[in-house]
Design a protein. Structure first.
Length: 438
C-alpha cells in the first residue's frame, strides 16, 4: 500500500460544502482537517449502529446473550479491546473500554496518586487540556493539599512554543524525590507536540515516580508501546482520531505489573468477570486486569460506532502504514505553509513584531509531532485568526479554532488527500490576502 494513496476515503462520510455553510453551496465534500477534534464518521460505524438498533428493536433484552451478528451486549467490549490494545502497544488484559476520559482519569488518579509527606507533587505541562487541569487540582484538593504548591506545571522557555525534553528530564531529576506522579499528554492538544513518552517514562521510573499519560490526541495518531515502555497507566477518548462519534466511549490502560496490587476502589457490577456477573452476587469479584475497573454496562451504540472505525483501522494495517501516510500528508501541508508569503518562521517572530501573518507552533521534526499543525496568527491578539477561520469555512475548509490566535489543521491518513492539503493552503493564502492590510 502506497504511503501517498490509501483507498479508504470512500469508507467515510465527509460533510459537504453545503452542510458546513461554505459560500459554494454544492454537495462536494468539504476539506475536513478537524479529525483531531472530532473524527469523520465511517460508513462501517453507521452500518454497525443500524444493526444494533435492529437488534434492540427485534430482540430487546435477549440481545445481551443472543445476537444475530455475534456481538452479544454482555461482552460487546471484547470486540474493541484487542484492537485498542494493538493501537497503543499493550496486552488486551491491560485495556478497558469504558466511561469517559476525565472520569477514567479520576479513577486512575485515585489508584495511583498516593501522596506522602515527602513525595506528594504532581508534574505536568502548563496549559494541559482544561479538563485535565481541573481533574489534577480537584484530586490534589481532595487529599488536603494546595494545588499551587503541589502541582508543578512546566512551560516552554522564553520565546519558545514547546517544551524541551531535556528540561522535563532535568525537572524530574531535580524534584523527583518529591514527585508522586508524572502525568503529561502524549500529544499536547494546543501545540501538537508529541512528548518523548518512552524517555520521560523511563526517567520518572528511575526516580521512583508513577508515570501516566493522557492519550486523547495520541491514540490512532502515532505508534506507541505502552507495555514495553513500562507506563503505569493511561487514559484516552475515542472521538478524535478513532472516529467513534461525539461523546464516544473512552478507554484506559493499566500495566499488568499492577494487576495484583491495584484493585478497583469504586467497584461496579460490570467490573465483575462475565462468568459470574449476572449471578448478582453481593460481593464484588473483579475481572482480571483493567476490566475489573469497569463500573456500568457500556452503551452498545457507542461500542458499535467505535468498532466500526477500528475495523477500518485494521483493514488499513493499523498504525505502521497509517503513520507512514500521515507523515507524507503532514509534511506536505507543512511545505505548502512554508511557501506562503505570510509565513514567519518561529525564530523570526520577534524580529517581525507587528507584522501580520502566521507561524507554526508545532515542532518541525516528525519524531516530535503527530498529524496536527497549529498555526499561530500574528500579531497576537489582533483578531486576525477569527477572520481567517471564518474565511476558510466559507471556502469549505474546516479546521479547529483555539482562542485567541490559533487554528489547528490535522491531515488524517484515513480520509484526507494530498489534493486536500494543496487546496487548503491555497484557500489560506486567499484568506490572508483578503484580510491582511498591505
Amino acid at each position: 500500500m502506497s504511503n501517498a494513496t490509501l483507498p479508504l476515503r470512500d469508507e467515510f462520510v465527509l460533510p459537504t460544502n453545503r452542510q458546513v455553510g461554505a459560500t459554494e453551496t454544492n454537495d462536494d465534500p468539504c476539506i475536513y482537517l478537524c479529525g483531531n477534534s472530532l473524527g469523520a464518521m465511517s460508513k462501517n460505524s453507521k452500518k454497525l449502529i443500524e444493526e444494533e438498533l435492529d437488534v434492540w428493536g427485534g430482540r430487546a433484552v435477549v440481545g445481551h446473550f443472543s445476537h444475530p451478528h455475534g456481538r452479544p451486549w454482555a461482552n460487546c467490549t471484547d470486540h474493541v479491546v484487542p484492537l485498542l490494545a494493538e493501537l497503543i502497544g499493550a496486552k488486551p488484559i491491560e485495556v478497558a473500554c469504558m466511561s469517559t476520559l476525565t472520569a477514567n482519569l479520576h479513577l486512575m488518579m485515585e489508584s495511583f496518586y498516593k501522596p506522602t509527606s515527602q513525595r506528594y507533587k504532581l508534574l505536568c505541562e502548563a496549559k494541559a487540556f482544561p479538563s485535565d487541569q481541573y481533574a489534577f487540582a480537584s484530586q490534589v484538593r481532595a487529599r488536603g493539599l494546595d494545588p499551587a504548591t503541589t502541582i508543578i506545571e512546566m512551560s516552554p522557555r522564553e520565546g519558545e512554543y514547546t517544551l524541551r525534553t531535556e528540561d522535563i528530564l532535568d525537572m524530574i531529576e531535580k524534584e523527583g524525590d518529591s514527585i508522586a506522579l508524572v502525568l503529561f499528554s502524549g500529544i499536547q492538544y494546543y501545540t501538537g507536540q508529541w512528548f518523548k513518552m518512552e524517555t520521560i517514562t523511563r526517567k520518572a521510573k528511575e526516580k521512583g515516580c508513577i508515570c501516566g499519560w493522557d492519550l486523547a490526541h495520541a491514540i490512532g495518531n502515532v505508534p506507541m508501546s505502552l507495555h514495553d515502555w513500562n507506563v503505569d497507566f493511561a487514559v484516552w477518548c475515542t472521538y478524535k482520531y478513532l472516529n467513534s462519534g461525539p461523546g464516544g466511549i473512552a478507554g484506559l490502560f493499566i500495566h499488568e505489573k499492577w494487576h495484583d496490587v491495584e484493585h478497583p476502589k469504586y467497584a461496579g457490577w460490570w467490573g465483575v468477570q462475565l462468568a459470574t456477573r449476572f449471578k448478582m452476587a453481593s460481593t464484588f469479584s473483579p475481572a482480571p486486569g483493567a476490566g475489573g475497573f469497569q463500573q456500568s454496562n457500556p452503551s452498545t451504540l457507542t461500542i458499535a460506532s467505535l468498532l466500526g472505525s477500528l475495523q477500518v483501522f485494521k483493514r488499513a494495517g493499523m498504525m505502521e502504514p497509517l503513520r507512514a501516510r500521515s507523515l507524507v500528508l503532514t509534511n506536505a501541508l507543512e511545505k505548502h505553509l512554508h511557501r506562503s508569503k505570510y509565513f514567519i518562521a518561529p525564530r523570526d517572530v520577534p524580529a517581525n513584531e507587528g507584522k501580520s501573518g502566521f507561524t507554526v507552533l508545532t515542532p518541525t521534526t516528525n519524531e516530535d509531532r503527530g498529524a496536527q499543525l497549529s498555526l499561530l496568527f500574528l500579531p497576537v491578539g489582533s483578531g486576525l485568526m477569527q477572520k481567517i477561520f471564518e474565511a476558510l469555512v466559507s471556502y469549505g475548509v474546516v479546521g479547529d479554532e483555539r482562542e485567541p490566535d490559533v487554528i489547528r489543521l490535522a491531515p488524517i491518513p484515513l480520509y484526507n488527500s494530498l489534493e486536500d492539503l494543496e487546496k487548503a493552503a491555497t484557500y489560506l493564502e486567499r484568506a490572508l490576502d483578503e484580510n491582511v492590510q498591505s
